[in-house]
Structures are given as C-alpha cells and as structure tokens.
Design a protein around this ligand. Structure first.
Ligand code: FMN
Length: 160
C-alpha cells in the first residue's frame, strides 16, 4: 500500500526550504507563475536544476508552450507575493513589481535573485512532472530569505 499522502506532506514539511515563484509564459507571451519549493540544484557542469510542477496547476501547460522558466527566489518580506502565486486564478501579476526579461518571461522585483532556465528534459512523476532546466543566466542581490517550515512561513532567526 502506498504511503499516506497527508503523512508524507507532514513529514516533508519538516524539511525547511526557501520559497520561489517560478514564472513562465504561454505561446502568446502571457505571463504565468506559481509558488514552489520543490526545487533542487542538480548539476554544476552542465548547470542544471529541477522543478516539480503539479499537473493540476493552471501554469502546468505553459511550460510546454515556452520550454523555459525563471526561478525567482523570494526575500523575507515577500510572504504576500508567495500567497498570491500559491492561489490559482486572476491576474497574479497585477500590482506585483516585475519586468519582462530577455526570455520574454516575468522577473519579479525585490527578490534575492533569479535564475533563467531552458527546459532540456521533462519526466513524468505521479501527479507532478519534473522539468530539468539548463541555467542560462542568474542574478543575485543581498537580503534575507523567506522560509517555509511545518506549513508556515518563517524568517531566519540569525540573519548572520
Ligand atoms: C510554500 C509552497 C510551496 C509550493 N510548492 C509547489 C511546488 O513545488 N510545485 C507545485 O506544483 N506547487 C507548489 N505549491 C502549490 C502551488 O503554488 C499552487 O498549487 C498554485 O495555486 C498553483 O498556481 P496555478 O494554478 O495558477 O498554476 C506550493 C505552495 C506553497 C505555499
């Protein structure tokens, strides 16, 4: 019998993560994005990272349109940005400071940085898919991260 889904969510909630918003666009250039923490650095040479996307999300089909994504790494003051992009529907980008990058995809402002990726492989993975992205460019700034632990947003206690 498969392990209980709620229990898996609870246990993995003990694995503290940062929070990202993954942005992409459809074939007409319309922007899409979702909050995600199932994100991992995979390889340095070549530079690869992976994202896991729920098949039920509205953003899901548009990764196939554009074959690219941008990983926006949220800063500690961006909990509302995370909540907005974790809720389907509406114009998620309205009132959220952003600009359109050279890949034609939105880059959020006020983050710790962003990483631009072209999708080079996609793997089926149950109710999600795994997109492997080859890093094209990255940009970082100073600041503290937004964290997620036990289902709640957190901040670093020791910002060092
Ligand atoms: C902290 C956090 C992390 C999340 N991580 C992921 C993730 O890695 N992959 C995913 O598909 N959804 C993830 N979600 C859920 C999506 O953000 C949510 O389903 C969203 O509504 C999808 O938006 P869309 O339907 O407009 O694409 C996460 C939500 C939160 C709050």
């Amino acid at each position: 019998m498969a392990f209980d889904a709620k229990e898996l969510r609870r246990v993995m909630g003990l694995f503290a993560t940062g929070v990202t918003v993954i942005t992409t666009r459809d074939a007409s250039g319309a922007p899409y994005g979702l909050t995600a923490n199932a994100v991992t650095s995979v390889s340095l040479d070549p530079p690869l990272l992976l994202i896991c996307v729920d098949r039920k999300s509205e953003t899901f089909p548009h990764f196939y349109d554009s074959k690219l994504f941008i990983l926006n790494i949220l800063a500690e003051g961006q909990e509302e940005v995370s909540r907005r992009f974790a809720t389907s529907g509406g114009d998620k980008f309205a009132g959220i400071p952003h600009h359109i990058g050279r890949l034609g995809t939105p880059i959020l402002e006020g983050t710790l940085g962003h990483i631009e990726c072209l999708i080079v492989e996609t793997h089926e993975a149950g109710d999600h898919v795994i997109h492997l992205g080859e890093v094209q460019d990255a940009c970082t700034t100073d600041g503290q991260p937004l964290l997620f632990f036990r289902g709640k947003y957190r901040q670093l206690r020791d910002p060092g």
